[in-house]
Design a protein around this ligand. Structure first.
Ligand code: DNO
Length: 357
């Protein structure tokens, strides 16, 4: 595996490349251009600048999270073709700088969703949390407001204000899009972009829905083994692959994460691993815990063992961390708890590797 760390750029991250470089075992960052509107082509000059900045700190930039997909593509509107052409051009531009994997998602309107960005845990740390009742009762525009309030004036990935200002219109458009239609629209998108991804040698890695169920009546399809299987078969190419996020899929107790890793790993379709833990409470409620198995509901040893068993050579990153030691950072993306996560994942990896010999 290649250990990486998500970074939001020098203008928009409290964590610096100097700090990231000092975390044991990290070889690269997971980056993106956050100032290009969704649907537009990522300019070569900006990609170059980001790449050079990361490399000048002794780190690699080989993976992007995310090139977001324009809503018109998910909706299947006639205007999608223009945005798909732009997406292809972005892949071509990224390939000029040695990008190997592009993560994206296909969640209608809302990317990852939480009811609280700073829930206080018994040890005094704060964490992202999801309470089903709150999300069921809140109006979508109110949720957007709450997320913005909790963001500490840092951008939240996937929560682009320009798009979310048009909530009402988007909800109207989605009235005609059910899960089958969404699959169809994803298939259309993949058929067009995978040949370009192949030519550019960039592996596409779809990110699961977070949480892995529909919210506000909007369809969601990237949420269990059966649907992941259907997605990789929409276009049967190694370039049509997955970001395997343990915390997203794991929120549904029916998803057996080690089994899912072994299954898609044996098909060589996992290109990017997000490793994190969650503490599941009764019903559809969970808090994000530290990475440690005994703090959450997922067994990180079994998860890392599954990656070891499939001889995982792809990119991996710790996922969200709690806010600890008085850190004031983007919710989920501080330095300390994610660095602790890395130390733990590295420890598991070394122990599993040595005891397997
Ligand atoms: C949130 C992230 C997501 C993820 C996208 C991938 O913290 O896990 O925003 O990056 O869904 O496209």
């Amino acid at each position: 595996m290649k250990m990486t760390f998500r970074w939001f750029g020098s203008n928009d991250d409290t964590v610096t490349l100097e700090q990231i470089r000092q975390i044991p075992g990290v070889t690269g960052v997971v980056g993106a251009l956050y100032d290009v509107p969704v649907g537009e082509v990522w300019p070569v000059e900006k990609i170059k600048k980001l790449k050079e900045e990361v490399e000048s700190h002794g780190l690699e930039l080989e993976i992007i999270e995310s090139v977001n997909v324009h809503e018109d593509i998910k909706l299947g509107l006639p205007s999608r073709d223009r945005y798909i052409e732009n997406y292809k051009q972005t892949l071509i531009n990224l390939s000029k700088f040695g990008i190997k994997v592009v993560c994206y998602n296909f969640m209608p309107v809302f990317d990852w969703t939480r009811s609280d960005l700073a829930k206080r845990l018994p040890d005094g740390s704060t964490a992202l949390s999801y309470e089903d009742k709150v999300v069921k009762e809140i109006q979508p525009d109110k949720l957007v407001e709450e997320m913005e309030k909790g963001s500490k004036n840092l951008s939240l990935p996937g929560w682009e204000p320009e798009r979310l200002q048009q909530l009402k219109g988007l909800f109207d458009l989605y009235k005609d899009v059910d899960e089958e239609k969404l699959f169809e629209n994803l298939g259309y998108f993949l058929e067009k972009i995978i040949p370009t991804a192949e030519a550019c040698d960039i592996k596409m890695a779809i990110h699961p829905d977070d949480p892995p169920w529909g919210i506000f009546g909007l369809p969601r399809i990237v949420n269990n083994k059966e649907n992941l299987e259907r997605i990789i078969n929409l276009v049967d190419s190694p370039y049509n692959g997955l970001t395997l996020c343990s915390g997203c899929l794991g929120a549904n107790v029916n998803n057996n994460i080690p089994e899912i890793i072994r299954y898609f790993g044996s098909k060589e379709r996992i290109h990017f691993a997000h490793v994190r833990n969650i503490k599941i409470h009764e019903g559809r409620n969970f808090d994000e815990s530290s990475h440690l198995s005994s703090d959450g509901s997922l067994d990180l040893f079994e998860i890392m063992k599954a990656y070891h068993d499939i001889d995982f050579k792809g990119y991996l990153r710790p996922d969200h961390g709690r806010m600890i030691w008085g850190e004031n950072a983007r919710p989920g993306y501080g330095l300390y708890d994610r660095a602790l996560g890395i130390a733990y994942i590295n420890g598991l990896w070394e122990a599993i590797g040595k005891s397997a010999k």
